[in-house]
Design a binder for this molecule. Sequence first.
Ligand code: G3H
Length: 254
Amino acid sequence: QVMRDVSGISSLEAQVSERLGIDQVIIVNGDSDEDPLIKRELGYATAVWLRQEIRSGDTIAVTGGTTIAMLAEMMPSLAHGMDVQVVPARGGLGENVEYQANTIASRLAAKLGGTNKMLHVPDFVSEDVYQSLLAEPHVRERLAMIQSARIVIHGIGEALKMARRRQLPEETIRLLDSGHAIAEAFGYYFDQTGQIVHVMNTVGLRLGDLKKIERIVGVAGGRSKAHAIVAVAKGCRQDVLVTDEGAARAIIQL
Ligand code: G3H
């Protein structure tokens, strides 16, 4: 605590909390744009938060991405398994397997000694296929489980960077560009006022479902994500933000 105060982190946390209207802000030193090790620190800080918060019977939903992957990586294996369930927040968004929500959910569940339920839905489906998937009893049952999560932990990305990484069609990229999308979370793309520009057609949590979730935790760092973090904070309720100094200092200057 003393170390953190000396570096002025507590006051930075308070400033970001006030600026974004997020109750709890946790900031790690450094900037993950400059040093990839800082992303591990974000994962570790989130793991520490989760270990304090988690209780028996919990369902935790996680998204994909390189940052949330670090949560699973940095979470120590618990000696006594917990009665918790880890599920992906949403189905396929076009990520490499390593960074898919399913993969991260299963790794995190293994660390916690809990159980994991996968959501096997293909990436990039048409509206017809999407509707048929929703009608499948197995998918409905998984969806209900995901919607019953008490905690959801998600990444935040820059819109166009995410769209390219997920190899979205050029047409969608143009749509994001003309709609001034700057942020992405949960497969939703937002503009700087927090308005939704585009939503990926996949099964899982919809923004409206977040109302029922007790703790919504965003994890994102690096100065380059400052605008995206602000936009997501406007677009959907955030209870906790885990970020780094690079992003935090940029946010309070915007
Ligand atoms: O869902 C992915 C996030 O929006 C950002 O991903 O953590 O790899 O930057 P990232």
